[in-house]
Design a protein around this ligand. Structure first.
Ligand code: AMP
Length: 149
């Protein structure tokens, strides 16, 4: 029996699958929307975590909400990008995981989100768990169980 088969999915921890904070693009609460949009467009990500000045997680912000916010009746009101701050448009009602949650907890949380933020017990940002990471792990598991017997 292979190592993968011996290992139950519940025994795989978020900390083994997550992207750690230093590799995650983020923005800060008081950044102008212009900066956030630049980070999003340059990185190619749909949304990124928002941190406060002490690196605690406070929400996420995405391209769609920013573009919607500056959409006027007939045009994009680009001037609003420098006047408005991330904290005015971010979504702070988001699920979180900790490093010690397991793959199944991650799978449940990721059904409705492309990524989930990982925080420590004091709310400091530790990283993210993406759908990609969970799908890769599930693919390995399915492959081992069904094709490598
Ligand atoms: P993926 O599953 O790799 O396509 O990632 C899903 C989403 O997770 C992306 O659209 C981003 O919103 C976020 N994401 C993935 N990797 C990063 C990263 N290194 N920095 C910031 N956000 C990320």
């Amino acid at each position: 029996m292979s190592t993968m088969q011996e290992r139950e999915l519940q025994n795989i921890l978020v900390e083994e699958l997550m992207i750690s904070s230093e590799k995650v693009a983020h923005v800060q609460l008081n950044n102008p929307l212009e900066h956030a949009l630049l980070v999003l467009v340059k990185s190619g990500y749909a949304a990124v975590p928002v941190l406060d000045s002490s690196y605690k997680l406070v929400g996420i912000v995405g391209k769609t909400v920013i573009l919607n916010e500056i959409l006027g009746l007939e045009r994009f009101e680009i001037e609003n990008l420098s006047e408005m701050r991330v904290e005015e448009v971010m979504n702070s009602d988001i699920p979180c995981l900790t490093r010690k949650n397991n793959l199944v907890d991650g799978l449940n949380a990721l059904i409705n989100h492309a990524f989930i933020c990982v925080v420590d017990e004091d709310g400091y940002f530790d990283g993210i768990l993406t759908r990609r990471a969970i799908l890769k792990e599930l693919k390995k598991d399915i492959y081992m169980k069904h094709y490598k017997k």
